[in-house]
Design a protein around this ligand. Sequence first.
Ligand code: CP
Length: 312
Amino acid sequence: MKELSVSNLLGIKYLSAEDLHLIFETADQFKKVINRPIKKVPSLRDITIANLFFENSTRTRLSFELAEKRLSADVINFSASSSSVSKGETLIDTVNNILAMKVDMVVMRHPNPGAGVFLSKHVNASIVNAGDGAHEHPTQALLDVFSIREKYGDISGKKIVIVGDIMHSRVALSNIFALKKLGAEVKVCGPNSLMPKHIESLGVKVESNLIKALEWCDIANMLRVQHERMEHSYFPSTREYVQQYGVNKTLLETLSKPITIMHPGPINRGVEITSDVADSEHSIILNQVENGVAIRMAVMYLLASKIKNYEN
Ligand code: CP
């Protein structure tokens, strides 16, 4: 059986193109499973997984939990707001206490960039990063690229523009890593104040003009402005942002060809995209959400295979 080159999923930057293809091929199989009348397989019935969410989440948290249950894993859920973190317990102590209950894998969302990498060096479990600050959101990028592959068949040569708050977006960074590893062309588009200074060192081009960016691309991945990560005022006003970087149906109709619209969610309707764009025939936003379950099943199945191999 083919194996991942890693024992944790900490970021797309640690994966090879072969790892990405293996995850997608495995997700293809799990997508068939979750479209059957009986949506479960017994693959992880001997594995216990803890979902640790130190930040709010709808899609990622529910999608991981559903994926774990579809794989027949035992699942426990931890939310920082109702835990003993408020009494001063450290991250390592929290996780080691959970692991003492014989947990094999930890899925963690955390506000601090690098929290997953830090944890992986201090605890004895497989760690899956479910989003760490503005650093990486690897399973989001995997489901995004899987959704592009599903629509277009191949990633190589596809032109993708990521539009919005690039500076605070873990989704942007993970998407850039994944798309570049698979041969896509990537541009980023957004206000200068929300554009990281060295972004072009990742092999992407900056296009500040939204119309030019949309005319160039096959696919536009629209991002939310992450006000919650802004310590200083990088953001002039929502009205100006919508005028320069908001996408509506009228604007899309001026383009020479239709483009595919993606969004990781949650959407701020009327800001980065209008409802007639989010809900249009060219939007694959709900396909992305659907594919999140199969992708997360694939990731946990492949990581669990490595745990089982170590035990043998
Ligand atoms: N895309 C995403 O991470 O959404 P949630 O924050 O709702 O999990």
